[in-house]
Design a protein around this ligand. Structure first.
Ligand code: MN
Length: 208
């Protein structure tokens, strides 16, 4: 069962002016598509047991992957899973509220303190990678990963653990056309395009 590129759940210009239409086209149609194509190429050579796993389950079971394929799977199945999640997390005009807001205040002190911590993780990730809000042993935590690593891969493969509920892509391909070297401006803009309803949904699922 080959992976396919999911359509964006909104128009390419829906995140303007924070994330521009041209970046969304390149990022989704070209970069994400390449991860999907490469992942499918690597999967072809693997066992039926591995092919039958969902991409998320595959990331959580890298011990089952032949060692010479692990890096390819991390980069490309990771790239596919991370981007599929990222698109769903973006929307203009939603509000952080309710149980999720209370949990953020409990685990970080204030919403601003959380934003500062998340922004710092995104800004300080050297080179390419992701910043994450995860649920870890019942508590919210901010972590970051290199390349296309995901907390779903666990400590051994990504250096971190937890269930992702918010993610920010800080690869240059995510922002360079509009923001050039100004990653901090892109991170600042991100707070305007978070789909808090989706984050709340993921938080509720992760808590179960
Ligand atoms: Mn990306």
């Amino acid at each position: 069962m080959a992976y396919t590129l999911p359509a964006l759940p909104y128009a390419y210009d829906a995140l303007e002016p924070y994330i521009d239409e041209q970046t969304m086209h390149l990022h989704h149609d070209k970069h994400h598509q390449t991860y999907v194509n490469n992942a499918n190429g690597i999967l072809e050579a693997l066992s039926d047991e591995i092919k039958q796993l969902s991409p998320e389950a595959l990331l959580a079971n890298l011990d089952k992957v032949p060692s010479d394929k692990v890096t390819g799977i991390k980069n490309n199945v990771g790239g596919h899973v991370n981007h599929t999640l990222f698109w769903e997390l973006l929307k203009v005009g939603t509000e952080l509220k309710g149980e999720l807001k209370a949990a953020i205040e409990k685990d970080f002190g204030t919403v601003d303190a959380f934003k500062e911590k998340f922004s710092a993780a995104a800004a300080s990730r050297f080179g390419s990678g992701w910043a994450w809000l995860v649920l870890q042993n019942g508590k919210l935590a901010v972590v970051s990963t290199a390349n296309q690593d995901s907390p779903l891969m666990g400590e051994k493969y990504s250096g971190v653990s937890g269930t992702p509920i918010l993610a920010l892509d800080v690869w240059e391909h995510a922002y360079y056309l509009k923001y050039q070297n100004r990653r901090a401006d892109y991170i600042g803009a991100f707070w305007n395009v978070i789909n808090w309803d989706k984050v709340a949904e993921l938080y509720a699922q992760a808590k179960k």
